[in-house]
Design a protein around this ligand. Structure first.
Ligand SMILES: Nc1nc2c(c(=O)[nH]1)N[C@H]1C(S)=C(S)[C@@H](COP(=O)(O)OP(=O)(O)OC[C@H]3O[C@@H](n4cnc5c(N)ncnc54)[C@H](O)[C@@H]3O)O[C@H]1N2
Ligand code: MOO
Length: 408
């Protein structure tokens, strides 16, 4: 005899239950990482500038540091002449104070000497044999100088908690002499596939068997949602083997995803295992695909049973699990941003009582539904997104305007 779906939930209620469980069991935590390893991590704290940037007035061009008065009226036909009194390169400094009639040879990035007001670029000068410089161009004060603090002022907030670290933001932090940053800790996700029919991708195919799609698909999906995910292998449809695997996995992982065996039939063990080990909060969500989804908690760890069918597994994972993983990893997502609105090009029939996530492709500004079963993984790979059909709607007619949530 099969088991009933006794804890079946509406889609909105299921989202709330899962969100609340994540909040209850996993408060966001931080960890310190090397700046060079911080790409795509999320800042856990605001960052305030510790120094001005640039930290000193510096030359923006190679040339000569001068008093601007010495350049007035200068031209190639009638150059003004100044005498070189020092040379300063990047990383060095000059202890001379520049006076009228003098110049200091300067490299890009070198600190401006005291008394210098601008930099005459080397291409507008000529050096004579006696070490005098002919200046060809009139300058205004601060020309070709990067002013101290002009980019970043000391004591200002330069990056905010919650910002995703990109190469440019990492550059800003590096300019402050900061080598480690506090970021949101990645949730650790363990992934188990169950089924006697499953083979590892490197095994030889034999009759009755199929390759395990869900392990690598869900691992990369969880990684993309900011997690640190690991595949834990294929387990046969055997009560004790699955139970033992889940029991050992919850010790090492925050969240355990188990695919297969979620349904209510004979041989579908997951519901009973979760009942035995902990507490089941959801068994069944009124959606299509993915109805048999299971959510339970064992020793303070969330275990999610995803339907074995790969499309169902990924749709449920994306809709119900990814938002909580992203939140825990500090990632902010604006769901309303990625939408497209247009007419549906073929009529959709939908099951009454289940909210349907209909996979679609965008074609010539129209929305084309993809009609395949939940095991057809290629349909998901070629879809641009999905449109939701409410549980009370049986038919969406050709030409009706629908909103599509686009995949990232
Ligand atoms: N009496 C009922 N039977 C079923 C119901 C129901 O409500 N009442 N729901 C159906 C729906 S909907 C789904 S979805 C499936 C979910 O079943 P399970 O979670 O128990 O998954 P399995 O039976 O183990 O597998 C289903 C299907 O997917 C293939 N599979 C499983 N794991 C993988 C994997 N890692 N990689 C690739 N493919 C996988 C498996 O071979 C089966 O073909 O239940 C329906 N039945
Ligand atoms: O609802 Mo099941 O997830 O279609 O195949």
């Amino acid at each position: 005899m099969g088991k009933e779906f006794l804890k079946i939930k509406e889609s909105g209620d299921a989202k709330k239950i899962i969100g609340d469980l994540f909040e209850k069991y996993y408060p966001p935590e931080s960890e310190s990482v090397k700046l060079s390893d911080s790409l795509n991590r999320v800042l856990f704290n605001d960052i305030e500038s510790r120094i001005d940037f640039p930290p000193f007035n510096r030359a923006l061009k190679d040339g000569y540091a001068v008093k601007v008065e010495d350049t007035y009226g200068a031209s190639e036909e009638s150059p003004n002449i100044v005498k070189i009194v020092d040379v300063v390169e990047a990383g060095d400094f000059s202890d001379k104070t520049l006076k009228l009639g003098e110049c200091i040879q300067i490299s890009t990035g070198a600190p401006m000497p005291e008394g210098a007001e601008a930099v005459e670029m080397v291409e507008f000068t000529d050096l004579d044999d006696e070490g005098n410089v002919n200046l060809f161009k009139s300058l205004t004060p601060t020309q070709e100088i990067g002013q101290k603090g002009s980019d970043i002022k000391k004591g200002n907030k330069i990056l905010s908690k919650g910002e995703l670290l990109t190469p440019s933001k990492i550059g800003v932090i590096a300019a402050q002499g900061i080598s480690e940053v506090d970021v949101y800790k990645k949730p650790k996700v363990g992934i188990i596939s169950t089924g006697n029919e499953l083979l590892d991708n490197d095994e030889l195919i034999i009759p009755g068997k199929i390759y395990d799609v869900n392990s690598d698909m869900l691992k990369t999906g969880a990684d993309a949602a900011g997690s640190d995910a690991k595949t834990l292998g294929i387990i046969k449809d055997d009560y004790d083997s699955i139970k033992n695997k889940i029991n050992s996995s919850i010790k090492d992982f925050d969240v355990v995803l188990v695919s297969g065996g979620t349904s209510a039939g004979v041989g579908d063990n997951l519901r009973s295992i979760l009942d035995e080990l902990g507490c089941v909060y959801i068994h069944g969500i009124t959606v299509q695909p993915g109805k048999p989804t299971l959510v339970g908690v064992i020793d303070g760890k969330i275990v999610i049973g995803l339907p074995g069918n790969p499309v169902s597994a990924l749709v449920i994972f994306n809709m119900f699990v990814v938002p909580s993983l992203e939140k825990l990893a500090g990632i902010k997502v604006d769901e309303n941003k990625n939408t497209f609105t247009g007419p549906i090009t073929k009529r959709i029939h939908s099951p009454i009582g289940r909210m349907q996530y209909q996979l679609v492709r965008i074609k010539n500004d129209g929305v084309e539904p993809i009609f395949k079963d939940s095991g057809a993984i290629f349909s998901l790979a070629t879809a641009d997104g999905y449109t939701k059909v409410d549980k009370n709607i049986e038919l969406v007619d050709e030409g009706e305007i629908v909103t599509v949530t686009l995949f990232k």
